[in-house]
Design a protein. Structure first.
Length: 391
């Protein structure tokens, strides 16, 4: 493979610890453009590529919906997206049910979703298991249904449900509740990451980085090694940057923190709106990926927006490091970003007969090609697929 510009030494970032339950495969039928996807395997690193409209966003949207389910926020999630009818492949008349089966190996979660009379979504079948499925066998435990939200949170279980069922459901809930879809597209002057936020909201980085200053402030006090690694990584991507200035301020009895910073050679505190769109996105990506306790499954939509190729190389190395501790799913349109990964990491999305199809690349099949081309170049030449096509 040709030498890549802006290559970063892999040992720049430390190895991460062991991870929790990861998604081994997913079955998803009837969800938006995804008609039939059966037992699709997922790895520790999954880089999703494809043309506009191929189904990448719908695949990621499923993870957002799952987070809404475990957060008991499915009705609000559906309202904010214009109602439930649009979630069904080719409409609810063509697809009356959305079906999903999530395989964690020795743990599983299966459900069906139907449409309500008020254009909402309702879980009409929900099951869990705690043992691997042998071919032709079924050890699913059915959960009480009929509610607009999932019954997975253990405090919602009726007293007649057995303790064993509650235990399995709790393990499934803990696995799913660690999923976060990070989306740092909004970097406007009023974007959440540029605004002050409550200091006490600092346990984990929120999906829009609205509490990034609070997270950094806590890490500076409680985990200076992790904070120092984040600061030094930001310096690599933005050499003018020196350090964050994190000062809790009393706002009517509530402490709030703003993402202030200072540049090299100056003690003047700059405001978050003084950071360019690309720089603040890089800061958010760095904090998301270097959290000392990252989500079990971490999803990032288009991390390349506004980033210099050097910044993309840094993010790619962070992804490789974090994949030792968390499962990563990334949707990208950047051949430069793709260059930093191996074929077996790549999932190609295409449309065939009105449906989204997903295929993993095989590493062995691309060895000879990669002697002369980078993976991004092969994608641009449509040799590995993922280009717009006429149905």
């Amino acid at each position: 493979m040709p030498q890549l510009a802006w290559g970063i030494v892999p040992k720049l970032f430390p190895e991460r610890g062991s991870m929790g339950p990861t998604l081994k495969s997913i079955t998803l039928c009837g969800f938006r453009s995804i008609g039939q996807l059966h037992q699709f395997p997922l790895d520790n690193i999954n880089i999703l590529i494809g043309a506009n409209g191929a189904g990448k966003s719908n695949f990621i949207e499923f993870f957002r919906m799952m987070r809404a389910i475990v957060d008991r926020a499915l009705p609000r999630y559906v309202r904010n997206r214009g109602g439930g009818s649009g979630f069904f492949h080719l409409g609810p008349k063509h697809t009356p049910r959305i079906q999903a089966d999530l395989d964690f190996g020795d743990l599983g979660y299966r459900f069906e979703i139907g449409l309500t009379a008020s254009d909402g979504l309702q879980l009409i079948d929900e099951r869990v298991r705690d043992s691997p499925l042998a071919p032709g066998t079924s050890h699913w435990v059915e959960l009480p249904t009929g509610l607009l939200d999932s019954i997975l949170p253990k405090h919602r279980f009726p007293t007649e449900v057995s303790g064993k069922t509650t235990e399995i459901a709790t393990r499934v809930f803990e696995a799913l509740s660690q999923w976060i879809v990070y989306h740092f597209h909004d970097t406007s002057r009023l974007a959440p990451m540029r605004m002050p936020h409550e200091a006490r909201d600092s346990e984990w980085l929120r999906h829009d980085a609205s509490n990034i200053a609070s997270v950094l402030c806590k890490l500076r006090e409680k985990d200076p090694d992790s904070y120092g690694l984040m600061r030094d990584t930001v310096r690599l991507g933005a050499p003018f940057f020196d350090d964050f200035v994190l000062r809790p301020e009393d706002c009517g009895g509530v402490e709030r923190i703003r993402l202030e910073w200072k540049q090299t050679g100056s003690d003047y505190p700059f405001q978050p709106m003084d950071l360019s769109d690309g720089t603040i996105r890089f800061v958010c990506l760095t904090v998301a990926l270097l959290q000392p306790h990252p989500p079990g499954t971490l999803v990032i939509d288009e991390p390349e927006l506004g980033l210099h190729p050097c910044g993309l190389a840094l993010v790619a190395n962070l992804v490789r490091s974090v994949s030792k501790k968390a499962q990563i799913l990334i949707s990208t349109q950047s051949p430069v970003f793709l260059d930093h990964f191996d074929p077996e990491h790549v999932v190609v999305a295409t449309r065939r007969k009105g449906e989204s199809c997903f295929e993993r690349l095989s590493g062995d099949a691309w060895k000879e090609w990669l002697d002369d081309y980078t993976l991004g170049e092969l994608w641009q030449k449509n040799i590995c697929g993922g280009a717009p096509n006429h149905e």
